[in-house]
Design a protein around this ligand. Structure first.
Ligand code: HEM
Length: 404
């Protein structure tokens, strides 16, 4: 072997030997939960991501619970962390003070969404930004930039190694382009001084008692990115599941159609828009959407300083008997269900501020879809994996036509 190749081999193997020696000789402190942190930075990330892409994320976490119990340590997406499981964990996380469990995302999400995004902030800063976002989330929001956001989301749960051709590197590039576009929009909107037409002008126009802007430009950039990610993929994946469900389950379709046609019949013309009152009448349709999110929650796991998959309570037999059965009537009377059992939108002070917005989008789309169109799935065998959001392997091709 040539000298140069020996040197290259040594430089690759030596760090690994040193790492193994260190981890062998270093005793883990007694008060850490069971488990291990694995290889630095990578830890168990690749294992979990592989399981999620095969839609086996829940099984992977269940195995962990069987092996180490409901609390264990691991290393995910560049951050040594603690995994918590179960209904008691949901209750603890959603109700405990931020002094005990401050919000902190894995470093991949932090670097893609920004240091000043709502998901990183705590205390008064969190309240200020959340208030600003919530005051916008009443009217409608949407924009272009879809492709860049797709790239950005792909790297949200990834090992945060920024080397050329890695997913994370592609996502960071997408973030930097999105940041430039949003900064340019901020400058444009500052000159136009238009009132609350969209998310950015709403955030720009917000003033405190001294008439100073409530959010800095960087905070507007980071939180526009979060609102786009949190608001786009979540609702669109819910709608994808519902379109599939309605095509496959004739009983559910019949009930939804009956409810929506009743509402359409109450209109004097087909151009008359839906009202708040109409949305309130769509009780069965929302129960169907809720049951769909119970079985297939769009958001699989969340992070504070710990990671937990709160939605695993959705499959707890003692809370939801025969949990794999699709049954919207479970949500008719919620009296007997313990709090923090259905957590598709999270809970506590960090519960999804887009809940109402997502409900309006979903109910409105389903109304116009079932009353105006009929459709069939083009593919029968189609399964989904999480990447990190649920994605159907072949998309969801459908044959759709106007109702006669
Ligand atoms: C079906 C639709 C949706 C689902 C299932 C969903 C789910 C969630 C969940 C589980 C959380 C809490 C995560 C945690 O506890 O760490 C959350 C937070 C959040 N969601 Fe949603 N969401 C949806 C739609 C939306 C929409 C439409 C928007 C905005 C346009 C939005 C904006 C946000 C924001 C900004 C946060 C962070 C809140 C904070 O940290 O205080 N979401 N969402």
């Amino acid at each position: 072997m040539e000298h140069s190749s020996i040197l290259i081999s040594l430089s690759l193997i030596l760090p690994l030997i040193i790492f193994l020696l260190i981890t062998k000789t270093k005793k883990s402190p007694k008060n850490l939960p069971p488990g291990s942190f694995g290889i630095p930075i990578i830890g168990q990330s690749l294992d979990l991501l592989r399981a999620m892409r095969a839609n086996k994320g829940e099984d992977w976490l269940q195995d962990r619970v069987r092996k180490h119990g409901p609390i264990s340590r691991l290393n995910l997406f560049g951050t040594p962390t603690v995994f918590l499981h179960g209904h008691a964990a949901n209750k603890f996380i959603y109700t405990c003070s931020e002094k005990i469990l401050a919000n902190q995302q894995p470093s991949s999400i932090r670097r893609l969404c920004g240091e000043r995004s709502i998901m990183e902030l705590n205390g008064e800063d969190h309240k200020r930004v959340r208030g600003a976002l919530m005051s916008f989330l009443k009217p409608e929001a949407r924009d272009t930039l879809v492709k860049l956001f797709e790239h950005l989301v792909e790297g949200a749960l990834a090992v945060p190694i920024n080397l050329p051709f890695t997913r994370f590197n592609k996502s960071l590039h997408a973030r930097s382009k999105i940041r430039d576009i949003i900064l340019e929009l901020i400058q444009e909107k500052k000159q136009q001084l238009k009132q609350n037409q969209d998310l950015i002008s709403t955030l720009l126009n917000m003033r405190d008692v001294t008439n100073s802007p409530i959010l800095s430009d960087e905070e507007i950039v980071d939180n526009t990115i979060v609102a786009m990610i949190a608001g786009h993929d979540t609702t669109s994946i819910l709608l994808t599941f519902l379109i599939k469900l309605l095509a496959e389950n004739s009983e559910v379709y019949k009930n939804v159609l009956y409810e929506q046609e009743e509402i359409a019949r109450g209109k004097t013309s087909s151009n008359e828009l839906l009202t708040w009152e109409d949305l309130g009448k769509m009780k069965y349709t929302w129960r169907m959407a809720t049951e769909s999110m119970r079985i297939n929650p769009p958001v699989f796991c969340s992070f504070r300083k710990v990671i937990w998959a709160g939605c695993m309570t959705h499959m707890d037999e003692s809370i939801y008997p025969d949990p794999s059965r699709f049954d919207p009537s479970r949500f008719e009377n919620q009296g007997g269900t313990p709090p923090y059992s259905f957590v598709a939108f999270g809970g506590g002070p960090r519960m999804c501020p887009g809940y109402e917005f997502a409900r309006i989008e979903t109910l409105t789309l389903i109304h116009y879809l079932v009353t105006g169109f009929q459709w069939k799935l083009s593919l029968q065998d189609n399964f989904f994996g999480r990447d990190p959001m649920p994605v159907f392997k072949h998309g969801l091709p459908i044959r759709i036509e106007l109702k006669k």
